[in-house]
Each structure stands twice: as structure tokens, then as C-alpha cells.
Design a protein around this ligand. Structure first.
Ligand SMILES: *Cc1c(COP(=O)(O)O)cnc(C)c1O
Length: 408
């Protein structure tokens, strides 16, 4: 008999019964563990972790991260507002927009939020508009790294960042307009496998940093990889922290000022904390495949379809069953596959399945596609479960739709 599947110490089946399915469950203990691991990894006098809101933005999760001592990275004005609502003081929020309108940037600026700008034209416009401007810049180090094209954002043709070759132009602008560059930032993309590659990119950013004499921080973005499969490689945060910490301390000594070391992890902090529970609607055998169809689809968890990502799937109801090969699919009317030919203990109709690593970029990407309702979200904290988002109801499909009384 296998052990009962639990989340934060609570049986998953009990949570399924209590809150209904499909359901996202987040284990706060794992968020805390990951946050503290990262916090301890870097031996520098001043470390700042700006949690990347877009990974998982439920306000209770943000409140919890604020309680742990995290700061926030926001990519939209909406995320800035969520952060403020969650209780983050304004100096603990960093706005890192890309291709956002000058109008939105102005609004965030007027809220008193710091930002990293990744566009020279924008820097120039802001310099003219705000005399005495103090701002960070996002640098593109032209390093090709990342899990795949869609999430690799630091390469030469990427839309992100100001090329490090353009720094003379930035310098000329900032000198001329009296802008103080107070931080340099890079974010090369997700899923960096190799500490060496990261350190190489780090050197490029440090070289850029030298050109600006009055920095407060250097922000190395993210890219920390977590395990999706048991045999996956995971960024060795402890080793990386030691190496980069050493390099950073040396840099600060040469630079002549203690700078703040900043990271913006999303996935590393919340990926593993998330569990997506679904119910099996049907088992369907074709000539070649056994499908397990569940009461969800890629509109709730899109990563396998969008990125080809792997999420471990467990049979929570019958963990002791004989393993068989299943292709686990959703009920959306187009190809909608969570997993191909996956060995899972024999699944029966009604069984609860659990998809792992459902914390980052899962709920935040969910939609109403096929006119399906969004699932509820639950947080488990210190052995107790809390509903942090109600399940949608039919009315939510009509919210903001208006009836203009068409002349029909
Ligand atoms: C998305 C994003 C991150 C977080 O990336 P993860 O891979 O989830 O850690 C960090 N910084 C910026 C600017 C981002 O856009």
C-alpha cells in the first residue's frame, strides 16, 4: 500500500472533496523553503529578492511572500497595483516593463515606483520629462541560454533589453540629460542549466556596471531551473550563490561601493509549491493509445501545450494500481495533451490525478477558452487549508459583456 498523497501534510483527496475539482493547491511551506534557500545562498552584505509576480499572482501568495521578506518584480501596472494591495511598500516593488506605452510608464513613475527601462528612446523621453531622473536599465548581454526559444530572452535578436554594445549611447544620453543610472539589470530567460553560462553573462553585466559611477544595485534577473522530472538537472543554487557572491564582493571592492545584489526568481520560488488536482472523466482506448480524459484542459494549465513542458502526474485515488501507459488529455475541443504515454498507476473513471510543478505560469496563464470556468485556488499553511480564490461561476463568463440592444 502506497502512502496517502498529501500536500503540506493534508491528504489531497480530502482537499478535493472539500473544495471540488479542478483545483490548484499551493503549499506555503515549499514557497518558504525555496525563498530561504535562495536567501541563504548568496553571501553578500545586501541581497534583495524581487519575486517575479507573473509566475503566480494570487494576492494571498503575494502577501505571504511579503511576510517572508521578499520584494516584488512587476512587469505591468496591474502587477504593481496588486503588489501595493498585498501590502508591499512602494520601495519594495521594481517595475521591469517591455514594450509598454510611455503613458503606462508615466503612471507607474508617478506612483513612486522604481523601474528598469529596456529601451533607449524611452530613456530619452523620460529624461526630458523628469529632470533629475534616477532609473535602472535592462541590458541585453547577447547570451543564448534558456529552455527554448519562447522563454530565452537574452539573445541578440531578442526584443528585451538595451544591447551592451549601445552603452556609449546610453552614457551620452545620461550625461547630457543629467540622468542617474542607479541600477543595471539583465534577465536572460528561463531554465539556465549551466552555472558557467550564467557567470559568463554576469561578467558582461559587470563590465557594463563599471561604466556607471553611481549605481545602487546590480540585478541578475532569473533563470533558475527547477526539476520537473525526478532525473532533471536543477540549478545548484548553493554553488551558484557561492560563486556569484564571491565575484560580486570582489566587484564591489573594485567599484568602491557596497551595491545591492538583486535577483528576480519566479519559477524557483513557486513552481514546486503548486499542485493541480483534476478528476478523470473518461478512459478511452484507441487502436494505439489509452487516453485518460480529465475535467480540465490547456486553458487551465497551458505549459505542456505551449512549451512542451513536463508535469509529473500521480494517481491520487489509486496510487497502488498496476502502472499502465496513458496519454492524459483535457476536454478542450482541439488537441489538448497534458502528457504522452506516461506510466501511471491504473486509472479508473472518477480518479483524482495530480499534476506537479503547477505553481509557476499555470493559473496566471489560465483563460475561459471553451467557456469553461476557472478553477479555485487553495493555500496550505501550517497544516491548514485556506481558499484563496473562489471557483468561477457562470456569471463570470459574462462579466463586462454588455448588451447594446442591437437592432436585430
Ligand atoms: C519572467 C521574469 C522573471 C522570472 O523568471 P523565472 O524563470 O520564472 O524565474 C524575472 N525577471 C523578469 C524581468 C521576468 O520577465
Amino acid at each position: 500500500m502506497k502512502e496517502t498523497f498529501t500536500i503540506g501534510g493534508l491528504p489531497a483527496l480530502t482537499l478535493a472533496e472539500e473544495y471540488g475539482l479542478p483545483l490548484y493547491v499551493y503549499d506555503a511551506g515549499i514557497i518558504r523553503r525555496q525563498f530561504e534557500r535562495m536567501y541563504r545562498a548568496f553571501e553578500v552584505p545586501d541581497l534583495r529578492i524581487n519575486y517575479a509576480t507573473k509566475a503566480l499572482s494570487n494576492i494571498s501568495i503575494l502577501r505571504y511572500l511579503n511576510h517572508l521578506g521578499s520584494c516584488l518584480d512587476a512587469v505591468s501596472i496591474g502587477e504593481v497595483q496588486l503588489g501595493i494591495q498585498a501590502g508591499f511598500s512602494k520601495d519594495r516593488i521594481m517595475y521591469t516593463p517591455n514594450m509598454v506605452s510611455l503613458d503606462e510608464i508615466r503612471q507607474v513613475m508617478e506612483m513612486g515606483i522604481s523601474m528598469n527601462i529596456d529601451n533607449i528612446e524611452m530613456l530619452e523621453a523620460l529624461g526630458h520629462e523628469y529632470p533629475g531622473l534616477e532609473i535602472g536599465i535592462r541590458v541585453n548581454p547577447h547570451v543564448m541560454a534558456g529552455g527554448n526559444q519562447k522563454i530565452s530572452v537574452g539573445h541578440i535578436d531578442s526584443k528585451f533589453g538595451i544591447s551592451f554594445h549601445q552603452m556609449p549611447l546610453v552614457r551620452r544620453l545620461t550625461d547630457h540629460l543629467g540622468i542617474r543610472i542607479k541600477g543595471v539589470h539583465m534577465h536572460t530567460g528561463s531554465d539556465i542549466l549551466d552555472v558557467g553560462v550564467f557567470l559568463q553573462a554576469a561578467e558582461i553585466l559587470l563590465n557594463v556596471a563599471k561604466e556607471f559611477p553611481d549605481l545602487d544595485y546590480i540585478d541578475f534577473g532569473s533563470g533558475f531551473k527547477v526539476k520537473y522530472k525526478p532525473e532533471d538537472y536543477e540549478t545548484d543554487i548553493e554553488e551558484f550563490g557561492k560563486e556569484l557572491g564571491k565575484r560580486f564582493r570582489k566587484f564591489c571592492k573594485e567599484y568602491g561601493k557596497e551595491l545591492t545584489l538583486v535577483f528576480e526568481p519566479g519559477k524557483f520560488i513557486v513552481s514546486e509549491s503548486g499542485y493541480f488536482l483534476v478528476r478523470t472523466n473518461l478512459i478511452k482506448q484507441t487502436t494505439s493509445t489509452v487516453f485518460a480524459g480529465v475535467n480540465s484542459g490547456f486553458q487551465h494549465l497551458g505549459r505542456p501545450m505551449m512549451y512542451g513542458s513536463h508535469h509529473e502526474i500521480e494517481n491520487v485515488s489509486h496510487p497502488e494500481g498496476k502502472p499502465r501507459l496513458y496519454t492524459v488529455v483535457g476536454y478542450i475541443c482541439e488537441t489538448d495533451t497534458f502528457a504522452y504515454n506516461r506510466k501511471i498507476p491504473e486509472i479508473q473513471v472518477g480518479d483524482v490525478l495530480c499534476m506537479r510543478n503547477a505553481g509557476a505560469y499555470c493559473f496566471t496563464m489560465a483563460s475561459h477558452y471553451n467557456s469553461r470556468l476557472l478553477p479555485a485556488e487553495v493555500m496550505v499553511l501550517d497544516g491548514k487549508s485556506y481558499l484563496i480564490r473562489e471557483r468561477d461561476e457562470f456569471a463570470d463568463l459574462l462579466t463586462h459583456q454588455v448588451d447594446p440592444k442591437l437592432p436585430l
